[in-house]
Design a protein around this ligand. Structure first.
Ligand SMILES: [Zn+2]
Length: 239
């Protein structure tokens, strides 16, 4: 919306900076540069394009997530994700700097992690969305580009893995090899991850001990389990 405001409708040139892309300003005699909002908007737009987050997912925010009527555990998940998004620049310095929402489908895990990703993107932080099933299929589809894609997933500022280990079957050797390469790199370099999964950490460790234990350590402080008992709590509460 701000992008519209700063754009001249005729030439496409920004009417605020007239193409200069920013402004000098003085404080106590010293001169500083400030990027124009058109530059910031273009940067955000590039981050969004690179994130693989689709338009419908872009609509998911904290303000359109209904946590007030949900079970206590959903409120807790909301509060955890909200805090993570808001304090990310402090949290990313910490040893445990990941966010992990686990448990039943339909409890809002994807919405909350998308809201977090969208907030980070709008703050100029690079996020890549990696939906487990589609992402793994994409990696496997072209071995020539595999190394480049893995490198991107290893080094992006924030990696969001949606529905890790989804499916009734055990992950394949190919999937395990790739996910270990990604998670271990990020673990060693203290790079943040966001993870959603239907599985508990213990179940992940059955699939792959090394991956499960690293995720547990990386997300220790910001991890919520939306299990059956927690999700049924509201029902008991209301009767
Ligand atoms: Zn401008």
């Amino acid at each position: 919306m701000t992008q519209e405001n700063s754009k001249n409708s005729d030439s496409g040139e920004c009417f605020k900076c007239k193409g200069a892309e920013g402004f000098f300003y003085k404080v106590d005699g010293a001169e500083y540069w400030q990027d124009c909002e058109c530059v910031i908007n273009r940067r955000t737009e590039r981050l969004i394009q690179a994130s693989h987050i689709t338009d419908s997912f872009r609509q998911m925010g904290f303000d359109n997530f209904d946590w007030k009527t949900g079970p206590v555990i959903v409120k807790q998940a909301f509060a955890t994700a909200y805090k993570y998004a808001k304090e990310f620049n402090t949290i990313r310095q910490q040893r445990s700097n990941g966010l992990c929402l686990l448990g039943k489908p339909g409890a809002g895990k994807t919405h909350l992690l998308m809201a977090t990703a969208n907030k980070l993107l709008s703050d100029g932080i690079e996020v890549v969305y990696f939906p487990w099933v589609e992402g793994c299929a994409d990696l496997k589809s072209n071995f020539d580009s595999l190394a480049d894609k893995i490198h991107r997933l290893q080094t992006v500022e924030v990696l969001y893995i949606d529905d890790l280990f989804k499916g009734r079957d055990k992950p394949t050797d190919f999937q395990r090899e790739q996910i270990f390469g990604i998670i271990n790199y990020r673990y060693l370099n203290r790079l943040p991850i966001m993870v959603s999964s239907e599985w508990t950490i213990a179940q992940m460790c059955v699939f792959d001990e090394a991956v499960g234990s690293r995720i547990n350590e990386m997300c220790r402080e910001y991890k919520v389990m939306l299990d059956e008992e927690g999700l049924n709590y509201r029902l008991r509460d209301e009767v």
